[in-house]
Design a protein around this ligand. Structure first.
Ligand code: S3P
Length: 712
């Protein structure tokens, strides 16, 4: 790889260092106005060549990073033209994007330009404050131009991810408004607070001398580079003016409350702001826990059932009352998608949802794209339904969803006659689905995936003739059970499920039991923490989901089911779990689909067991919300565990008695299951374990940290 840097300051330098660390053989070249950074970077072995001109040095780069202040970056673009090839991705690291996009479009129409903005930094500029770790775990905005091909975007995303950053793709205008609010206006607030204190201070300078804590924290960024911030303000003028008006009016609000002496209103206002801040900024630190987990608890509703209750309720006739609904971000995405198609869905903001079904043919064309957020289940299942509609639609999601393989549903849906295509031609979302007439098929899936099976069966509701799906192993069967309970003609025979269209779906009230995937973290934690005796009540134990119970029992875990019953057609039980001395086992074959989401947790628990655990036949883990084989291995290794990644799983040599895992800052890649699994590891590891993106647990378990860390 060859990468060029125009200007080697704090961000350019940190990026070059991170690339050098990851790609020791890469050729890195840099231009800078002043000599010192270049000389130092050459000495450090960070760059291979330095120049004071934009010249031949930049020919044939795979990437060129514009790392000067925003306006200055633009001035370099014409000078780079002779050295850009078709395979050069031109990018920048500037804090505003709309202006550079405009400039690039004018100067080099069709350029392979992808705006970039790592959301990291510090108030000190220059190469001499740069470090390879500065960008670690940061969000990295990417704003592809029309000239950037999907291959360019993929390459860029992969590069960014390989540097341990989290790429997020957005539109340049949207980017500028977002960072206006979370970065640009806060800088203005900081500069002006400092100015206030400067102007108001007395001749004794008490303010200057005693300024500490709050003042320092709030104004840290007022030490930032004035040149850079002058440029940013001018480049993002309109957004900043609008947001500053908003900020001024908020200051006026609080001023009014203070002047009125409205204690309650002030308290409420501060609480609201504090809670929001805590929910977005805090990382969570987990300490070793000396006591076991005891008492009784319940986990939130099952994610798979909650999705289906909304979706099938929407296309049923009548009203579906859902109780125990999982109020997590994924299921909210499902609600939003169906609302966008004209379905009236009431949600009390908690566990109660009422869906006013519109019948199989009552959905309306959505105005915009259907955004499935982080939810693979929404994306795949909804595509099956959309394939049968008489309107065109586009389905997309966040960066994680847009990386996940969709060919697995596109192939069978196309075979049924669906007109479904990947917008970027990479077999990933966004998916464009146009009206067509469907016919039933008999399809053998390559992977045991409930999402694939469900997408096909849902399209089958709209097809002429019957549809049969045969899986290599049985995946979770909620779709079959719920559709059948709602009146669909559906039949199971071994590993095959057949649906005969023609019946209308009738609304049915649904009581969602606790999600066994969420219970799993507490089962795992209770097993490895001495002195545990925990009862997790009302948890779904559908045999196509509950493989984890069998596996933990096989490992010597004291896990048992109490109070087993059928609730609204689903098997539920209270799960009793007590601390146990665990030993290794092999997990492979047909049991894998029944515990696929629990495998990261099982790997963590295996690291605390005696002996070797082998997990096989789980290559699917690579295409979940993150590459879970890579992430589990990386984090467990960093904690000191003996784990090896294989093509389709892991080999974990349990810690046994002498070795003790130690806490780390967990690279969770915003994957909820990784964050929760490693929070469990943190309870039994020495020192602090820090979950960097704790907010990601809200995908499937919004109150997770409260439940895990609050003593009962
Ligand atoms: C799900 C099926 C599983 C699972 C996901 C939810 C579902 O995915 O990993 O969290 O609700 O159908 P696959 O079906 O792709 O294995």
């Amino acid at each position: 790889m060859k990468a060029g840097f125009i200007s080697l300051g704090l961000i350019g330098g940190s990026l070059a260092m991170a690339i050098r660390e990851k790609y020791p053989d890469a050729r890195l070249v840099a231009y800078n106005r002043s000599r010192e950074p270049l000389i130092q970077a050459l000495k450090d072995g960070i760059i291979d060549a330095a120049t004071f001109e934009i010249d031949e040095t930049f020919r044939d780069c795979d990437y060129i990073f514009l790392c000067a202040p925003v306006q200055t970056n633009i001035s370099f673009i014409p000078r780079l033209i002779p050295y850009l090839s078709d395979s050069t991705v031109l990018t920048d690291v500037g804090s505003t994007k709309a202006n550079i996009h405009k400039a690039v479009a004018k100067i080099i129409p069709g350029a392979h330009f992808i705006g970039g903005h790592p959301m990291a930094g510090k108030e000190k500029s220059s190469y001499f404050n740069a470090s390879s770790g500065l960008l670690k775990n940061c969000y990295y905005y990417l704003t592809p131009s029309d000239g950037a091909s999907s291959e360019d975007i993929k390459r860029m995303e992969e590069l960014i991810r390989s540097l341990d950053c989290n790429p997020i793709i957005v539109d340049p205008d949207k980017h500028d408004f977002i960072v206006g609010a979370i970065s640009h206006v806060p800088h203005m607030a900081a500069y002006m607070l400092v100015k206030l204190v400067k102007d108001e201070d007395t001749t004794e300078e008490y303010m200057r001398v005693t300024a500490a804590g709050g003042f320092k924290d709030t104004t840290r960024v007022a030490s930032s580079d004035p040149t850079m911030w002058t440029e940013i303000c001018l480049a993002n003028r309109d957004n900043m003016l609008k947001l500053m008006d908003g900020y001024i009016s908020k200051l006026r609000d609080v001023r009014r409350l203070i002047s009125k002496g409205d204690k309650d209103a002030l308290h409420a206002l501060f609480s609201e702001a504090r809670d929001y801040r805590n929910s977005i900024i805090n990382t969570v630190k987990i300490r070793r826990r000396s006591k076991g987990l005891t008492g009784r608890m319940q986990v939130p509703g099952d994610k798979s059932i909650s999705h289906r209750a909304v979706m099938f309720g929407a296309i049923a006739e009548g009203i579906t009352h859902i109780s125990g609904f999982l109020n997590g971000a994924d299921c909210i995405s499902t609600i939003n998608c169906f609302r966008a198609m004209g379905v009236n869905i009431e949600h009390d903001g908690g566990t109660k949802v009422t869906v006013h079904g519109v019948g199989l043919h009552g959905l309306k064309k959505p105005e915009g794209v259907l955004d499935c957020g982080n939810s693979g289940t929404t994306t795949r299942l909804i595509s099956g339904i959309l394939a049968g509609q008489d309107f065109a639609s586009t389905v997309t999601g966040d960066a994680s969803v847009r990386r996940r393989p969709m060919k697995r549903i596109m192939t069978p849906l196309k075979e049924m006659g669906a007109d479904i295509a990947s917008a970027d031609g990479n077999d990933c979302a966004p998916l464009i689905i146009k009206p067509s007439s469907l016919h039933g098929i008999s399809f053998k899936t390559e992977v045991a995936s409930a999402q694939v099976k469900s997408a096909i069966l849902l399209a089958g509701l709209y097809a002429g003739g019957e549809t049969t799906v045969t899986e290599p192993a049985r995946s979770r069967d909620y779709t079959e059970l719920m559709l059948s309970a709602m009146g669909a003609d559906i039949e199971r025979d071994g590993l095959s499920v057949t649906l005969r269209p023609g019946n209308t779906l009738r609304a049915k009230d649904i009581m969602v039991p606790g999600d066994i995937s969420s219970a799993a973290y507490f089962i795992g934690a209770a097993l490895i923490l001495k002195g545990s005796d925990l009862l997790i009540e009302n948890t779904g134990i559908n045999p196509t989901r509950a493989g984890i119970i069998e596996v933990f029992q096989r490992m010597g875990g004291d896990v048992s089911l109490e109070n087993e019953k059928l609730t609204a057609g689903e098997r539920v039980a209270d799960i009793r779990v007590r601390s146990s001395l665990l030993h290794g086992t092999e997990i492979s074959g047909d049991i894998i689909p029944t515990l696929i989401d629990e495998l990261p947790l099982i790997a963590v628990v295996a690291a605390f067991a005696e002996g070797t655990t082998v997990i096989k036949d789980a290559a699917e883990l690579k295409v979940k919300e993150s590459d879970r084989i890579a992430l589990v291995t990386k984090n467990l290794k960093a904690m000191g565990a003996d784990i090896e990644a294989t093509e389709d799983g892991f080999i974990i040599n349990g810690e046994g008695s002498p070795r003790q895992l130690h806490g780390i800052a967990v690279d969770d890649c915003m994957d909820h299951r990784i964050a929760m699994s490693f929070a469990v590891a943190g309870l039994a590891a020495d020192g602090d374990t820090e979950i960097i993106h704790p907010e990601c647990v809200s995908i499937s378990y919004p109150g997770f940290f409260k439940d895990l860390l609050t003593d009962n």
